[in-house]
Each structure stands twice: as structure tokens, then as C-alpha cells.
Design a protein around this ligand. Structure first.
Ligand SMILES: NC(=O)c1ccc[n+]([C@@H]2O[C@H](COP(=O)([O-])OP(=O)(O)OC[C@H]3O[C@@H](n4cnc5c(N)ncnc54)[C@H](O)[C@@H]3O)[C@@H](O)[C@H]2O)c1
Length: 604
């Protein structure tokens, strides 16, 4: 007979516990909500009230339902109040000694048949379970933040968890409207194991002043398509909780240096800058617990265009006027950019990097503009005007008079260097020369010219047409004027820019691809399936698509190339391309365009 779960207990009403109480009470389950002190209980109650009031204000919850929800919650201090519940979910701070103590106490207080669950993000559920006399009735129930919103629950079974306990807990998740993935007990489970290396890397980019907090966050939102930037997410999770998760993952997840907490996190925790819950973390909030960011000393000055994100070095020199743009290449990026520039009002000279003018590119651009008209994105007159601004040419010599050259030929260093050497001979002085490379060092290309100060990278993250971001990549030689010109041009294209240094992967790919590679390693290790991993990142972290869908869309060969360049530059063992990725590329399973990658795309 399956268990009923009519009354549950939640221990700890902080960032997660208060949300978990709401999830149960909303779904008709009585909750005993327990804290350590009256003051903490009052905070937990206030969090629940704020959240449900917000839901009412947004029309997502009727007032009567809110009142019914609150009437189901019994707030209590101390674990003794949990003597009659069917299930307890523990959500106290991420410390093993504390959790073990609480589980030993719960074991004494609760009925023998009560199931005990931990919401731990990274600690061993097994280690926690053996603090009780009933390890077979202990599971991990890992909710995601904010618990009332995120659909995923990771159900963690240990080697001794009874099968019927797992079945009943899975059924309960479904009753709560959640989607569960059931997995074994491994540090970080699915989602955090893939998330925290990325978050930690973002902090180290900030700590080393590679980019501002705004640039890092905007890059991952607009360039990576993620629902929030990594530093804003860390503020939401809590810096203290994040520190503990990273620490555990480092110690129990294979001592991967990428999980060793960036020193800044520890300093912030010591200083009481815990994120939203304390009113200040990477950002400053209106008050503790508030989601509203208020300006502080790091906020870029209002006079700077938002698109620059306040990056240093570009403010002294003004941009140079650009009216004509040469685009070199015939591939997907070049094709997309010809259209983007022409639609933004630039005179465009589209040049095949080789000898013959490609009929293909003009046809593709025309077809894409026609589709834009059919979709209602632009008028027929705008389409015709855009087409009239494009000159199709075979000859590089015709680039003699343009103000900006954007190179988008094949991703091969020798070819790009040869092209830049030619451009150096052909183009007039002062012209901005940009490469769209996603993985080659821009300085290697710049040094093929005698004017490296005028060379920079303009990286349009994939898919180019849909991502409203451009990474402006400065080398050690790039002038402030060139940077300012690039920023102005991108702003005219309607794109947000972030300025970053000339490091492998720049900002977006350096943060994104290691996570994709880690997902492949997790699959390879047999820990979870392609679907479960994609599900976990979508439903647990709100990502629009999971890592395997991204890899299949980008192309496994392209992804491998980027991962190799990251590994080559940083020599970090954890960045070595996953053998499975290498093998799939060797086997020709290159993703969507090959019909097969991690998934089969034939017939879709
Ligand atoms: N923050 C997140 O995004 C997130 C997401 C998923 C899981 N988790 C996990 O959830 C757990 C809680 O994390 P959090 O971020 O909510 O922490 P938190 O610091 O926001 O809240 C912890 C709460 O536990 C209370 N507490 C401490 N000792 C207690 C005791 N002896 N009895 C009762 N209550 C006690 C504290 O007063 C506090 O309110 C951790 O294991 C964490 O890893 C956190």
C-alpha cells in the first residue's frame, strides 16, 4: 500500500524551506514548519507571507486559496513538533555535522514509519542517513530555488534506500506538480554538479577583473540565453550555501580545482554579504530578502551607454564614423551578418574570401529577407532597401574604401592570418578590422597586419540571428578608439555589447562549454541519461534547453574545437574534452546537421 503523506514536516525555513512549505501547503498537504528560534520562525513566516501575497497580486493565487494555504501551516520551534508527521524534509544549512545531528534527533522524535528526506544540494545522503536507525527510509529530495516555481525535484536514493520509499516519494512529487529525476547519491547530483563549476568560474572572472559583474551577467543572459546571470544567481542561492556546496563538491567530487571555492566567495561570506537574503552580495538589494537591485558604487555611471557595461579603457576615445562595411566569407555567420548590417542601414560589400563570388550567399540573404517579410518582421520596402544596400563582389580589392571589415571565413588560423595580411595591404588607414572567430586568439590574427591597434574580435554567440549580444574582444594592442567604434556599430545593430579580453572562449563560451563538456562526462559515467540531464537543467535551473540539445544544435565538432582551445590555453585537467565527445565526432555524429549527435535527428 502506497503511503498517503497527509502531514509533512519541514525543518529550516530559510531560502529553501519557506518555499518548500509553500509547495506542500498549496497542494493540500498539512505542514508542520519548524525553526530553531522564535525569531527565525518569524522570518520564515514572513517569507511565506511575502511569497503568497506576491502570487495573489500577480493573479496566480486566489485570496481564499492563500488563506487556506496558510491555515494548513503550523509554525513551531523545535523538532519535537514533528512526532506525528508522515515525512520530514530537512532544509537547514549545508553542513554535514548539523544535518547528521538533526537526523539523529528526528529519528528519535518521529514515528518509526516516517520517511526522512534531506534537501541537501551536495552532501552525501548516505552519510546523513546513517545517523539514524532507519537509513532505508532516508532519501534526498532536492528542490530548486525558488521551490514554488521550479518544476524539478531530484530524488536521491542511497544504496540502502528501500524501493517502495523511492516509489512513494516519486508519486508525491507528481502530486505536487513536480517532475522528478531519480538518481544515485553523488556530490552535486545532476544539476548542481553541472552548475557550480560554471558559477565559480564566473566569480573568478569577476575577482580577477576580467569583466564587470554587469558584463558577466548580461553576457550569459543575452549571449548564453540563460534566465539569469551567474552572479545574480549566486545572490539568489546565497553565498554561504554556495560556498558549502562548492567546498563539498571539491572534496567529494574528485578534487576538481574548478570547484575549489574562489577566495572572494569566502571573503564575502565572512563579511556577511550573503546575497539577496542579507540585502547585499554581488549586487545590493532594496532590503534583505528583496529581489530588487538598487544602484551601488559598482553600478555603471548613467552617462555611459548601457551596452558598454562600463568596461574600462573605452571611455577616453570616441568612435569613428562607419557607413560602409565589408563582410568577408560565405558561411552561416557571414550570411547572417550581411543581412543584419544591411537591415541596420549600412552599405554592405559582401566578399567571398576566395576567388569566385558565391551565388549561394545572395540567394540565402534574399530568402531570409523574404521570410522576414512573410513573418511581418519588416516591410517589402525595407527588404528592397536592405537589398539595394548590398553589393555582391568577388574581389577583396573592393574593400579599399570601406570603414569596417568583418571577417567570417572558415575557423582556421592560417587562412585568417593570410586574409588579414591582404586586408592590411588593401584597406585604407584607420579602418577597423574585425574577426568573428569564436576560438582563435585574436592577437594571432592582428599580428598578421602592421596595424594591430585597429584589429579586434566581434564575437556573435551562436545562434547569431537570435542572440542580441556581441562580445567585443580587445587584444593587448587594440586601441580605445577601435573598441569605441565597435561598440557604437554594435549599438546601431541593436545589439548589446560586452567588452572582454582575448582569452580562449572570451566570456560566453569560456563559461558555457565546460558545462556542456561536464554534461558529456556525466553521461559517459552512466550517472544519468541524455533526457534526464537535459530535463534537470531545464526544469531545475530554468535553462531554455538542456546541454545535449545545445551540443546537437551547435555541432559536436564545433563544440569539441572550442573545448580543445579552452583546454589548450588553461591546461586545466577538468577542461579536457570528454572522450565520448571525441568519439562521437570521429564517428561523424556531429549533431543536428549530420542527422545524429546525442540524439537521432533523422525524420524530425
Ligand atoms: N539556496 C538554494 O538555492 C538551495 C537550493 C536547493 C537546495 N538547497 C539546500 O537547502 C538547504 C538549506 O539551504 P538554504 O539556502 O535554504 O539555507 P538558509 O541559510 O537560507 O536557511 C537555513 C535555515 O535553517 C534554519 N536552521 C538552522 N539550524 C536549525 C535547526 N537546528 N533547526 C531548525 N532550523 C534550523 C536557519 O535558521 C535558517 O532559517 C541546504 O542543504 C542547501 O544546500 C539550497
Amino acid at each position: 500500500m502506497a503511503r498517503e503523506f497527509t502531514r509533512v514536516g519541514v525543518v529550516g525555513l530559510g531560502t529553501m524551506g519557506a518555499g518548500i512549505v509553500e509547495v506542500f501547503a498549496r497542494n493540500g498537504v498539512d505542514v508542520v514548519a519548524v525553526e530553531i528560534s522564535e525569531a527565525a520562525l518569524a522570518r520564515g513566516r514572513a517569507t511565506l507571507t511575502r511569497s503568497t501575497d506576491r502570487a495573489v497580486a500577480k493573479g496566480k493565487l486566489a485570496e481564499d486559496d492563500r488563506d487556506a494555504l496558510h491555515s494548513r501551516v503550523d509554525f513551531q520551534v523545535g523538532l519535537d513538533a514533528l512526532h506525528a508527521v508522515d515525512l520530514v524534509i530537512e532544509a537547514v544549512p549545508e553542513r554535514l555535522d548539523l544535518k547528521r545531528r538533526i537526523f539523529a534527533e528526528l529519528d528519535r522524535v518521529c514515528r518509526p514509519d516516517t520517511i526522512l528526506a534531506t534537501n541537501t544540494s551536495s552532501l552525501s545522503v548516505t552519510d546523513i542517513s546513517v545517523a539514524t536507525q532507519r537509513p532505508q527510509q532516508v532519501v534526498g529530495l532536492h528542490f530548486f530555488n525558488p521551490a514554488p516555481v521550479m518544476k524539478l525535484v531530484e530524488v536521491v536514493r542511497t544504496v540502502v534506500t528501500a524501493a517502495d520509499v523511492v516509489d512513494d516519494v516519486e508519486a508525491l512529487c507528481a502530486r505536487l506538480g513536480k517532475v522528478d529525476v531519480t538518481i544515485d547519491d553523488r556530490a552535486g547530483f545532476i544539476a548542481n554538479a553541472l552548475l557550480f563549476g560554471y558559477l565559480n568560474h564566473a566569480v573568478s572572472m569577476f575577482e580577477t577583473r576580467y569583466a564587470t559583474r554587469e558584463d558577466i551577467d548580461v553576457a550569459m543572459k543575452l549571449g548564453g540565453g540563460l534566465p539569469m546571470g551567474p552572479l545574480a544567481l549566486l545572490d539568489l542561492i546565497g553565498l554561504d550555501t554556495s560556498y558549502e556546496i562548492l567546498n563539498t563538491m571539491y572534496r567529494h567530487g574528485g578534487r576538481d580545482r574548478r570547484h575549489a571555492p574562489t577566495p572572494l566567495i569566502r571573503q564575502m561570506v565572512t563579511a556577511g554579504l550573503l546575497g539577496r537574503k542579507s540585502g547585499r552580495g554581488f549586487y545590493t538589494y532594496e532590503k534583505p530578502g528583496s529581489p530588487k537591485v538598487v544602484p551601488d558604487e559598482q553600478t555603471p555611471a548613467a552617462t555611459q551607454p548601457e551596452s558598454t557595461g562600463g568596461s574600462a579603457g573605452s571611455e577616453l576615445a570616441g568612435p569613428v564614423a562607419v557607413t560602409t562595411v565589408g563582410l568577408v566569407g560565405v558561411g552561416a555567420i557571414a550570411t547572417g551578418l550581411v543581412e543584419v548590417f544591411a537591415r541596420a542601414g549600412y552599405e554592405v560589400l559582401s566578399v567571398d574570401g576566395d576567388t569566385e563570388p558565391s551565388a549561394g550567399i545572395s540567394e540565402t540573404v534574399r530568402a531570409s529577407l523574404d521570410e522576414g517579410v512573410a513573418r511581418g518582421d519588416l516591410s517589402a520596402a525595407d527588404r528592397d532597401a536592405a537589398l539595394a544596400r548590398i553589393t555582391w563582389s568577388a574581389s577583396l580589392e573592393q574593400l579599399a574604401d570601406v570603414d569596417l571589415v568583418v571577417e567570417a571565413v572558415a575557423e582556421e588560423l592560417g587562412g585568417k592570418q593570410a586574409l588579414f595580411a591582404r586586408l592590411d595591404e588593401i584597406c585604407k588607414p584607420g579602418v577597423l578590422l574585425a574577426t568573428t572567430t569564436s576560438s582563435l586568439p585574436v592577437i594571432e590574427v592582428a599580428m598578421a597586419t602592421r596595424r594591430p591597434a585597429d584589429v579586434l574580435g566581434l564575437h556573435f554567440p551562436d545562434p547569431t540571428a537570435r542572440r542580441p549580444l556581441v562580445e567585443v574582444v580587445r587584444t593587448v594592442h587594440t586601441s580605445a578608439e577601435a573598441t569605441a567604434t565597435a561598440q557604437a556599430v554594435c549599438a546601431a545593430l541593436g545589439r548589446t555589447t560586452v567588452v572582454c579580453g582575448d582569452r580562449a572562449g572570451f566570456m560566453v563560451n569560456a563559461l558555457l562549454f565546460p558545462y556542456l563538456n561536464d554534461a558529456v562526462r556525466m553521461l559517459e559515467a552512466g550517472y544519468a541519461s541524455v533526457d534526464d540531464i537535459d530535463h534537470a537543467m531545464k526544469l531545475g535551473c530554468g535553462y531554455p534547453v538542456g546541454p545535449f540539445a545545445v551540443l546537437d544544435a551547435v555541432g559536436l565538432d564545433v563544440s569539441l574545437g572550442i573545448q580543445r582551445s579552452l583546454y589548450r590555453e588553461q591546461r586545466e585537467p577538468g577542461l579536457a574534452p570528454a572522450p565520448l565527445l571525441e568519439h562521437l565526432v570521429t564517428a561523424g555524429h556531429l549533431g543536428r546537421r549530420a542527422g545524429r549527435g546525442f540524439r537521432d535527428h533523422t525524420g524530425r
